[in-house]
Ligand binder design. Structure first.
Ligand SMILES: Cc1cc2nc3c(=O)[nH]c(=O)nc-3n(C[C@H](O)[C@H](O)[C@H](O)COP(=O)(O)OP(=O)(O)OC[C@H]3O[C@@H](n4cnc5c(N)ncnc54)[C@H](O)[C@@H]3O)c2cc1C
Length: 308
């Protein structure tokens, strides 16, 4: 059994920033991460103050180095189970959670931060993996600038394609909404047409291009569509089962509900980053990590004074 003041599951921007703040508060902290970040395919992170264009892996390395300076420990592994502990027998400290990791002793902690992120359900189109992160994206804020004034496909199920296409008009006037085999209602067609957006309603089946650069989208019928980039309407799922295992509540989009300063409503359990995120940017995830860390430290301070 290994014990820490704080265990952080997830070593992305949210978990790492929380670790830095808590390490600097002289807390014993462990970060456990199994190396499956949401942005695994991205080459650069955009919109991150001071280190614009840094690669996701470089940001993680920078964060780890910084946190290690303050005594934060790292375990590269998956947490397979988490449970809350009752006070009393066998739990003489104030430990509130126990984490299980395969082939390692269990970890106990007073406070637990889940920064476990989400994953995107990618569209099922042949060849998509070759282009994802270079010319296929889901977030116009993250990658729209790089494709400004280019020929962009907005792919989504029916009306979702039109919604995404309307948003992408901020970055280019050459937008085609692709509804992936679904027919649009007349109102959606007219809305697209009023805004200069072309429509394709066939099912998207294959991407073609070279070295990650998209050149054409092929459909199950009709001619291929020449294009430079494709954005898709993303569906999200939680990366980890740990939040639901511990009883966290989700909203209708599957994001974890938080209360106050990144609290979960479950004593001692906090959340940060995309898992509960609204604006899902790396810098916002990092900021939520800092907010959670200050709330955690305040609770530990109160409890140490016997006021918690
Ligand atoms: C292709 C792409 C491009 C993007 N580009 C940008 C951009 O340019 N700018 C920007 O601001 N944002 C961008 N984003 C969004 C950004 O990736 C997220 O906002 C950010 O990664 C969220 O950080 P996080 O710490 O919450 O989660 P993540 O970075 O996803 O980290 C979560 C970590 O938790 C770990 N984990 C989960 N469960 C467990 C478990 N049970 N045990 C151990 N470890 C676990 C995972 O392995 C992962 O490493 C992009 C996203 C994608 C998909």
């Amino acid at each position: 059994m290994t014990r820490y003041d704080v265990a952080i599951v997830g070593g992305g921007p949210a978990g790492l920033n929380a670790a830095i703040v808590l390490g600097r508060c002289r807390r014993s902290v462990v970060v456990i991460d199994d190396g499956q970040p949401r942005n695994y395919a991205a080459r650069e992170i955009h919109g991150y103050l001071g280190i614009e264009g840094v690669s996701p892996w470089e940001l993680r390395q920078l964060g780890r180095r910084e946190a290690a300076r303050y005594g934060v420990e790292f375990i590269d592994a998956q947490v397979t189970r988490a449970c809350t502990l009752a006070c009393g027998d066998g739990n003489s400290r104030r430990d509130a959670f126990e984490l299980s990791i395969a082939d390692r002793p269990a970890i106990r902690c007073v406070k637990l931060l889940l920064a476990t992120g989400v994953k995107d359900r990618l569209p099922e189109i042949a060849g998509l993996g070759d282009f994802y992160g270079v010319s296929v994206h889901h977030c116009p804020y993250c990658d729209g600038w790089e494709h400004r004034d280019q020929r962009i496909v907005a792919l989504g199920a029916g009306p979702a394609a039109v919604g995404l296409a309307l948003s992408l008009r901020t970055w280019s006037r050459q937008i085609v909404a692709c509804t992936d085999g679904l027919k649009l209602a007349e109102a959606d067609r007219q809305r697209a047409s009023r805004n200069g957006i072309a429509i394709r309603q066939e099912r998207a089946v294959r991407l073609e291009g070279t070295q990650g650069r998209l050149e054409r989208l092929h459909f199950d019928a009709g001619p291929p569509l020449p294009c430079d980039a494709l954005f898709f309407a993303s569906e999200l799922v939680q990366r980890s089962r740990l939040p639901s295992m511990l009883g966290c509540e989700c909203d209708e989009r599957g994001l974890i509900l938080t209360k106050g300063k990144q609290g979960s409503g479950i004593p001692g359990l906090f959340l940060a980053g995309d898992a509960d995120g609204d604006v899902q940017f790396s810098i916002v995830a990092a900021a939520e990590g800092a907010i959670a860390a200050t709330a955690i430290n305040r609770e530990l301070q109160d409890e140490q004074r016997g006021e918690g």
